[in-house]
Write a protein that binds this ligand. Structure first.
Ligand SMILES: CC/C=C\C/C=C\C/C=C\CCCC(=O)SCCNC(=O)CCNC(=O)[C@H](O)C(C)(C)COP(=O)(O)OP(=O)(O)OC[C@H]1O[C@@H](n2cnc3c(N)ncnc32)[C@H](O)[C@@H]1OP(=O)(O)O
Ligand SMILES: Cc1cc2nc3c(=O)[nH]c(=O)nc-3n(C[C@H](O)[C@H](O)[C@H](O)COP(=O)(O)OP(=O)(O)OC[C@H]3O[C@@H](n4cnc5c(N)ncnc54)[C@H](O)[C@@H]3O)c2cc1C
Length: 633
């Protein structure tokens, strides 16, 4: 690990401890955890040393640190939640004085974010953990009154964290003020034993994410100082006075932060998968295209290009939209700092649908990359199975996908009503007013024309949803019931909206920067953006036929252009994935390494299987041999 400039003498643990003698996939659940703690502790130490030079961002991992971690742990880093949610929750939700107090030990404490319970994850107002103010002692008393109120899922909670930020219902003088966040120590710093009054453990093996050490936590009359409530937005004073937040949804700010981040994270996950499968497809030769010519690289099959180039393009789309969303997030946070909450609903709507679409797309595209590697993609050593289970976890965590799409749909319906009332709308939904006022163009077979068409689809489906809700209300349903009745269409509106956003931002941002790039680079980037937009126009051809003036002839031309784009991208495909610049140590794949030694690496890795340590396994003598001998004639 020579590339990380931390002097060896500054580290408590040896950098040599980052190596694995046995590949992770051969370890038991317990061994796997112990192994990632061995490596994670070295990394934690390195991050801590690196953070010393970044005074303004002390306690946070350097931004590229997650990437280093990706290479060292094929699975998930159990310290991830410390950086991803614990520290951000404190910096976003605590007063400056509290931040100084809670984070004074820097990397000396390890935290997690404990919100979800056995009984409730989505519906936060339904959480059952209570934090009741004891006026006499100036403390909060935390309790888990039921089995379903046990915290369940937080990463790192099982065995790693010694602190957490806990979401609990705040009770003051007998009144419930809803979910609030609290800073809680859960383990002794020296012995690491759970503190008295707590029941702590790990929730067991999962589909993936197995080293994330997800845990459970129950409270029994567990006391914390009153000042441990995170009080940046709402406060409880010593006399029990409750000071309301300017907007109660600010308590959910840490989730918005991670949802925004995930778009860029998915860009990276997809870049890794695309790198593996495109490089492999350039090495792998199988079958002929012309019968009298040699076997071809499988990347020369147009259908293989169709499977893979969309992943390269999507990774760029997420990266570029991720930057755009970060800028929006930063601006809205700045406004909130100045007291204006005006753009919070818009940010919430954007982050919900883009988080959902990016995690879902990353999931199925990584799976497509795996399938495109044939049988070898099924090997753990390809790293595609791990990438898949890690990416798909994100479809559920940080807000379940359907639930988040319905949040965006709420915003679309509200915006549609405002459009009907002639109110002006933010730029991200102003196309609804244009649609309502019938200010839209005829179909145009260009990337811009497709983006406009996709926006017409959103507007058309949103209008249909509003009418459906109205129809159910007029038949006697309450508004929320009518909402439920219309939810299939509402999801469609939200999905269409995120696709239109991704296409629009990708195309216009590439267009904007292309004059600053070399001509060759600009051409290739534009090809990728056009491929992305054309792919989705063809996927959504049914909607376009319903809501725009596109014709069959237009669709035929788009299909032709799409195939042209595949051919144009083909010569640059390997160069494009090389330009993601992902080191072999981070890619962790026998199929995708830069040198293309696929078969040699596969054999080297197979020989590391513990089953290959001996030519005859002892189970033969114990179990098989007696049966075979019994039946031998
Ligand atoms: C740096 C990062 C690095 C790496 C990250 C990678 C990996 C980390 C690994 C794992 C982390 C996993 C962590 C977790 O999973 S933590 C738990 C996450 N849990 C959730 O996300 C819960 C989802 N549920 C909710 O967010 C909400 O409860 C809700 C579904 C959105 C509904 O809320 P509710 O209180 O019931 O509100 P409503 O009555 O439905 O709505 C009222 C009103 O408020 C609006 N609203 C809701 N949330 C927000 C928000 N966050 N910001 C702004 N506005 C919000 C809502 O839309 C509605 O508005 P109306 O105008 O329509 O009334
Ligand atoms: C790998 C992983 C890591 C996690 N890490 C953490 C963590 O660190 N900290 C933490 O606090 N939590 C964590 N979680 C929990 C996670 O945030 C929740 O699981 C997630 O928010 C979904 O909530 P749920 O499990 O209650 O699903 P549910 O809401 O019970 O969803 C079940 C089904 O009901 C549907 N549904 C629910 N409500 C509605 C509705 N209003 N309308 C329509 N359909 C609905 C959903 O669409 C879904 O199909 C993690 C989860 C996973 C899988």
């Amino acid at each position: 690990m020579k590339c990380y400039p931390v002097p060896r003498e500054n580290l408590v643990l040896s950098i040599d401890n980052l190596k694995d003698d046995i590949p992770e996939e051969y370890l038991s659940h317990k061994e796997c955890y112990e192994n990632v703690i061995r490596k994670g502790s070295v990394l934690y130490d390195i991050f801590s040393e690196l953070s010393k030079d970044r005074k303004h961002k002390a306690h946070q991992a350097p931004s590229n640190a997650y990437r280093i971690s990706d290479g060292i742990m094929q699975n998930v880093n159990p310290f991830l939640l410390h950086f991803a949610l614990f520290v951000p929750a404190i910096t976003n939700q605590a007063t400056p004085e509290q931040q100084a107090e809670f984070l004074k030990h820097g990397f000396g404490i390890i935290g997690t974010y404990a919100q979800t319970e056995l009984g409730h994850g989505t519906f936060l107002r339904g959480l059952e953990t209570t934090a009741t103010l004891d006026l006499e002692t100036d403390e909060f008393v935390l309790n888990s009154p039921t089995l379903t109120s046990y915290k369940w899922w937080p990463g790192g909670l099982g065995h790693t964290a010694n602190h957490c930020v806990v979401m609990a219902q705040l009770y003051v003088k007998g009144k419930c003020h809803g979910p609030h966040l609290f800073f809680v120590q859960i383990r002794d710093i020296e012995t690491h034993e759970p503190l008295p009054g707590l029941k702590l453990g790990e929730i067991g093996a999962k589909m993936g994410f197995n080293t994330a050490d997800n845990g459970f936590l129950g409270f029994h009359n567990f006391r914390i100082p009153r000042n441990n409530m995170l009080m940046k937005n709402s406060q409880v004073l010593k006399d029990g006075t409750y000071v309301e937040s300017k907007n109660e949804k600010l308590t959910y700010g840490s989730m918005v932060f991670v949802r925004v981040y995930l778009l860029s994270d998915m860009a990276y996950m997809l870049a890794r998968a695309a790198t593996i499968s495109v490089r492999y497809s350039a090495v792998r030769h199988q079958s002929h295209i012309k019968p009298d010519e040699p076997e071809v690289q499988i990347l020369d099959f147009v259908i293989q290009q169709h499977k893979l180039f969309i992943s390269i393009a999507t990774s760029h789309a997420f990266k570029i939209c991720g930057l755009w969303l970060w800028q929006t997030y930063s601006k809205v946070m700045e406004d909130i700092g100045k007291g204006s909450m005006d753009r919070l609903p818009e940010l919430h709507a954007l982050s919900c649908c883009l988080k959902t679409t990016s995690t879902r797309d990353a999931g199925w595209l990584i799976e497509q990359c795996r399938l495109a590697c044939g049988g070898h993609g099924y090997l753990m050593s390809s790293n595609l199975p791990s990438l898949y289970t890690t990416a798909t976890a994100a479809i559920t965590y940080e807000g379940e996908s359907t639930v988040l799409l319905l949040q965006t749909a709420r915003y679309l319906i509200k915006s549609w009503k405002r459009a009907m009332e002639g109110e002006s709308l933010p730029a991200t939904v102003s196309f609804l007013s244009e649609y309502f006022n019938k200010r839209y163009n005829k179909w145009e077979n260009t990337p811009k024309g497709i983006v406009d068409g996709l926006k017409l689809v959103v507007a058309g489906v949103t209008k249909m949803c509003a009418e459906s809700i109205q129809k159910h209300v007029s038949r006697g349903q309450q508004y929320e019931e009518a909402w439920n009745s219309s939810s299939v269409q509402l999801i469609k509106a939200s999905e269409a909206y995120s696709r239109a956003l991704l296409c629009e931002v990708f195309w216009f941002e590439v267009d904007k920067v292309s004059s600053t790039l070399s001509n060759n680079l600009a051409v290739v980037l534009k090809q990728l953006a056009e491929l992305y937009i054309t792919y989705w126009a063809l996927e959504k051809r049914g909607d376009l036929l319903v809501y725009t003036t596109i014709s069959k002839d237009d669709l035929d031309k788009l299909q032709e252009r799409y195939e042209e784009l595949l051919a144009l991208i083909r010569p640059n495909a390997v160069g494009l994935v090389d330009s993601f610049d992902i080191r072999d140590e981070i890619l962790c794949s026998t199929l995708g390494a830069y040198d293309g030694r696929v078969y040699e690496r596969m054999m080297e890795h197979a020989l590391k299987s513990p089953l290959n340590a001996e030519t005859v396994n002892q189970s033969f003598h114990k179990y098989m041999k007696p049966v075979i001998l019994k039946h031998k004639i």
